[in-house]
Write a protein that binds this ligand. Sequence first.
Ligand SMILES: Nc1ncnc2c1ncn2[C@@H]1O[C@H](COP(=O)(O)OP(=O)(O)OP(=O)(O)O)[C@@H](O)[C@H]1O
Length: 261
Amino acid sequence: MSTAKTASGAAVAVEDLTVAYERHPAIHHIRGRFAAGSLTAIIGPNGAGKSTLVKTIAGTLRPVSGRVRRDPAGPARLAYLPQQSEIERGFPITVLDTVLLGAWRRIGWHRAAGRAETEAALAALDAVGLAHFEQRGVSTLSSGQFQRVLFARLMVQDAPLILLDEPFTALDSKTTRDLLALVERWHREGRTIIAVLHDFEQVRAHFPESLLIARELVAWGPTETVLTPDNLAAARRISEAWDENAVACHAAAEDALRARA
Ligand SMILES: Nc1ncnc2c1ncn2[C@@H]1O[C@H](COP(=O)(O)OP(=O)(O)OP(=O)(O)O)[C@@H](O)[C@H]1O
């Protein structure tokens, strides 16, 4: 990734989105738009549906109703970093090969990485402060070093849309600062970035837009208009009153199930 504004960010439209697990809705009727090139924090209480929303935008979950439209579309056009707890790293793979996985859509499964891809991966490792780590096994890294490797992989993916789920959780302040600087660089390059975060101070300082959810949309827009005491109190209230066993959006769920049958 260059530091110039080279990438054209993707716009993401969320249209009346309802997502359920075994017919219990996790989020419902979310609608709005991430502008191309925007930098947005998704915030909300535990269990508010933040990861569910990001996974649905990434295409790993299917909505029961509504839809996500990404422009430009296509799986190669987005890079998604799940929560670290969801990533298996017990297998014997080197740091370099992990970063090169970011290029597999361009390389294809059947071809070995060429010199250009390897150089890009080494440059990305250098940019995240891990030059000379390339032959280490990923299982030997600390969690902060591993997160740096995953950020290097995102750089190699070179996508116009980047989705990050709690990317700074359990990282020390230096690692967080370094990775936040990369996020800001990607923003300057014109990419669209959406990140699930819990640290309001960090959101206020670095994320111009915020989306606050509590299963339903509470507020979405410039961070200073979203992160208000009233909105945060409303999110807490809605979250605490939520019935985990609700089968809301009944008609929509029935329609979707019929359509799939
Ligand atoms: N695979 C699953 N099967 C069933 N229910 C799930 C599944 N994943 C999430 N849920 C439920 O969906 C709701 C939203 O979960 P989600 O992980 O999206 O919330 P979150 O806002 O990201 O939470 P946190 O801040 O705690 O990470 C929760 O009630 C959760 O228990």
